[in-house]
Write a protein that binds this ligand. Structure first.
Ligand code: AMP
Ligand code: ZN
Length: 433
């Protein structure tokens, strides 16, 4: 195994031993913050009482609401003057959740990120273009410092401005990129418009994450761009990118367990799920000094993958994210994750690169309408052909989600695009529209 650093190659027993020591340190550090001092006292929890990983279930959880309540700086475990940067979560409503970092925290984060990039085959000789938004969003600077640490020539392209992105990719012979999946699918249509085939570029590796996407969408990206696309998972509360990352096996993401303690719990009860079951990911920082976050309820749904990864790394793997527990739609009593819909659509060759899910209310009945972009060559004038395609899509979706959606076929690039994370579900039920 060719590793970036020694911690990447630790064995299971070594990881467990390291984790308990770091967890104890992290709890002691957290207890220095006003928030955790109060939280631990209220819960009657003594951080000193944690001696083994079996004690973890006794530690109180932290929620998004806790972070909001301690806005702007109630969770700092060191003086404000030690902090050198802050980031915020991408949530668009309400008080943002803010995370602070000391210089040491940032250095560790950059090493974790560099480790991810090295793992998928990027080296200092690569030219790397970061196409996610800079600013408070962690996908900008988080990835950027990892790429620089690895030694890549790093292009901070930022989000949007597709023509410029393509010019940079071409002129600087870019070999590695970081890109949000919905944008990557869209960007391909701009390549097509200017008559360039991205497969002719030296590009070979893409880090793809920040929002849920399916194996089918990954397959499309790899095919359209002629690259390997690796899933990248992270969240601001745990730094950002660099929390869990796919290795070259492309089968689940290794959680860096020297830096994070990961658990999967039943979102309703908070109790651990059985080995390999789907549940909510709960994460603890094991080394952050400025603002430790303990047993954070991520709301992200996944499972631990069983067995040893053929790559040899012992850090446990999590499955591709199923979406967030709060993304789950309930239509006619059936639970539906938007990713189930994406999986069906992206497996159909007639379907283009984007879709939208509209929830509607018809009297007392909830309906689901799926608006689907169709590839130019299938967007024909013959109504019968289009009608048949519409029926076929509806039938496939029904098989997957168990309710029959209304399907609307729309032209390429006619659905609304965002510069950041895609927002593909529109709920019109509240307004009665
Ligand atoms: P933020 O802290 O604003 O960057 O948002 C973090 C959230 O983005 C996570 O909690 C996930 O819901 C989502 N996310 C990040 N990476 C992925 C990924 N690879 N797959 C699915 N969802 C992701
Ligand atoms: Zn692996």
């Amino acid at each position: 195994m060719d590793c970036y650093d020694a911690a990447e190659a630790l064995s299971r027993p070594e990881i467990a031993q390291l984790q308990i020591g770091r967890l104890r340190r992290s709890l002691a550090q957290a207890a220095k913050s006003p928030f955790y001092a109060r939280r631990f006292a209220e819960a009657g929890f003594d951080p000193e009482s944690v001696h083994s990983l079996d004690d973890v279930g006794r530690i109180p959880f932290t929620t998004k609401q806790d972070l909001r309540d301690s806005y702007p700086d109630g969770m700092l475990a060191l003086p404000h003057s030690e902090m050198v940067r802050m980031h915020a979560s991408s949530g668009t409503t309400g008080t943002p959740t803010v995370i602070y970092h000391t210089q040491k925290d940032l250095d560790w984060w950059a090493s974790l990120m560099a480790r991810c990039m090295y793992m998928v085959g990027l080296r200092r000789t690569d030219v790397f273009q970061n196409m996610s938004g800079y600013g408070l969003f962690t996908g900008g600077l988080g990835i950027h410092y990892g790429a620089e640490k690895l030694g890549c020539l790093t292009i901070p392209a930022g989000a949007g401005n597709s023509h410029r992105q393509i010019k940079l990719l071409t002129d600087f012979k870019v070999t590695g990129i970081h890109i949000i999946p919905s944008y990557a699918l869209y960007l391909h249509s701009i390549f097509a418009e200017i008559g360039l085939d991205p497969r002719d570029l030296p590009l070979r590796i893409a880090l793809v994450g920040a929002e849920p996407y399916t194996e089918e969408a990954r397959g499309r990206l790899q095919e359209l761009y002629g690259i390997k696309a690796y899933n990248s998972y992270g969240l601001s509360e745990m730094n950002g990118p660099g929390v869990a990352f796919e290795c070259q096996e492309q089968n689940g993401m290794h959680v860096w367990e020297d830096a994070y303690l990961a658990e999967i719990v039943d979102p309703a009860t908070g109790e651990p799920v059985a080995e390999g079951e789907l549940g909510e990911l709960v994460m603890t920082t094991l080394g952050r000094e400025g603002m430790p976050v303990i047993r954070y309820r991520t709301r992200d749904m996944t499972r631990f993958l069983p067995g040893q990864c053929p790559c040899g790394r012992a850090h446990r793997r999590i499955d591709r994210l199923h979406g967030r527990c709060d993304d789950m739609l309930i239509i006619k009593g059936v639970n539906i994750f938007p990713m189930q819909i994406e999986r069906v659509l992206m497996a159909m060759p007639e379907v283009g690169q984007d879709y939208q899910i509209v929830l509607e209310r018809d009297g007392y009945i909830d309906n689901i309408r799926v608006r689907v972009e169709i590839r130019d060559e299938f967007f024909v004038e013959d109504m019968r052909q289009l009608g048949a395609l519409q029926k076929r899509i509806a039938a496939r979706l029904r098989d997957e989600i168990l309710v029959t959606p209304k399907v609307e076929l729309v032209e390429r690039n006619s659905l609304p695009k965002t510069e950041g994370k895609a927002s593909r579900v529109v709920d019109k039920r509240e307004s009665g529209a």
